[in-house]
Design a protein around this ligand. Structure first.
Ligand SMILES: [Ca+2]
Length: 329
């Protein structure tokens, strides 16, 4: 066989084995994210490619049936009235302000970055905590913590205007619960709010397990689960696309030979072949590990270069989003 014919065969074989970017290995078995695993990982998540925006309290995209509370003042002040920018309020049961909560079911696994809370000028929440859950079951709620400490958030700024609260840690959950801790008036308080974050969709990426906010193993979300990337043929061009997708300036290092932090993480991309100009890692050619296994179980990572002067959240960074919260480190 002539060398040109041989090259043609190699080319044809490559066309067959390289997956169309949008497919993302649909035939490959996936491991569902469950709350305990998410929580275990959340302390080391350092990047996620999403832009935070209102999730539907004010717009009505979150239906009334998704809003529940531990109790209400009366039938005029139900949790479904707690929508920011509306004329209604949720009011806690009279003379029982302690231990109350209001919760929202976002309908799917969601990255939750914060809330906007508003209270009545004289009857408002001063501080609150938040819990999250993937199932909403009573034994499946996790407190929002930062470096091991329960986070207490400030719900009032002294002028009755809505307060934009950015969480120090991005929560990955379906359910969010707001738990008032202190309030301005002794027997009850008013509240309306919005939830901020982004829907987690196929092709999103994040960095996990890094030493700082701009490095770590690369994980990509597809079919309702996070998967790792095989390190074979992982190079600076691949790392460049990853860092750009996460909103960083450029890649400083393409890391290989990393041991997957989670034995249950499927490796879903192999032989990634980015040019460095793609908008998303998912747009790069690659081989599904289902059709061709990694030669080893080691996975790919990156070290990105942060933007000078830009503050990144304690554990997460977001594309096109600047942080001005007190919690920014
Ligand atoms: Ca490559």
């Amino acid at each position: 066989m002539s060398s040109s014919a041989s090259n043609l065969l190699v080319f044809a074989a490559t066309l067959i084995t390289i997956t169309a970017p949008s497919q993302l290995c649909s035939a490959h078995p996936v491991v569902q994210d469950v709350t305990s695993q998410n929580q275990a990982r959340s302390s080391s998540i350092s990047g996620l490619s999403c832009t935070s925006s209102p999730l539907g309290m004010a717009s009505g995209a979150i239906p009334d049936s998704s809003l529940t509370a531990s109790g209400s003042y009366d039938s005029s002040y139900l949790p479904s009235k707690a929508r920011l920018n509306s004329t209604g309020w949720w009011i806690c049961p009279n003379e029982k302000p302690e231990g109350q909560w209001i919760q929202v079911d976002l309908g799917q696994y969601t990255a939750i970055t914060g809330v906007i809370v508003e209270g009545h000028s004289t009857h408002h929440i001063l501080t609150f905590a938040v819990n999250s859950s993937n199932t909403g079951e009573s034994n499946d709620w996790q407190k929002l913590t930062d470096r091991g400490q329960t986070v207490q958030l400030n719900g009032h700024n002294g002028n009755s205007q809505p307060v934009n609260v950015t969480f120090p840690v991005v929560l990955m959950a379906r359910f969010l619960r707001i738990l008032p801790l202190t309030w301005s008036y002794s027997t009850y308080y008013y509240l309306r709010f919005e939830v901020l974050g982004c829907r987690v969709t196929s092709g999103m990426i994040r960095l996990v397990g890094g030493d700082d906010k701009w490095s770590g193993q690369v994980e990509i979300y597809r079919h309702h689960a996070w998967g790792a990337v095989c390190d074979s043929s992982w190079d600076m061009k691949d790392a460049t696309t990853v860092c750009h997708q996460l909103g960083f300036i450029e890649a400083l290092e393409a890391k290989t030979g990393l041991s997957s932090r989670e034995s249950d993480r499927p490796i879903v991309m192999n032989r990634v072949a980015c040019t460095g100009t793609e908008r998303r890692l998912a747009d790069c050619p690659f081989v599904c590990t289902g059709s061709q296994q990694c030669s080893s179980s080691t996975v790919a990572g990156v070290v990105c270069k942060p933007r000078p002067g830009k503050k990144y959240s304690a554990l997460f960074s977001f594309h096109d989003m600047s942080f001005t919260s007190d919690f920014v480190s």
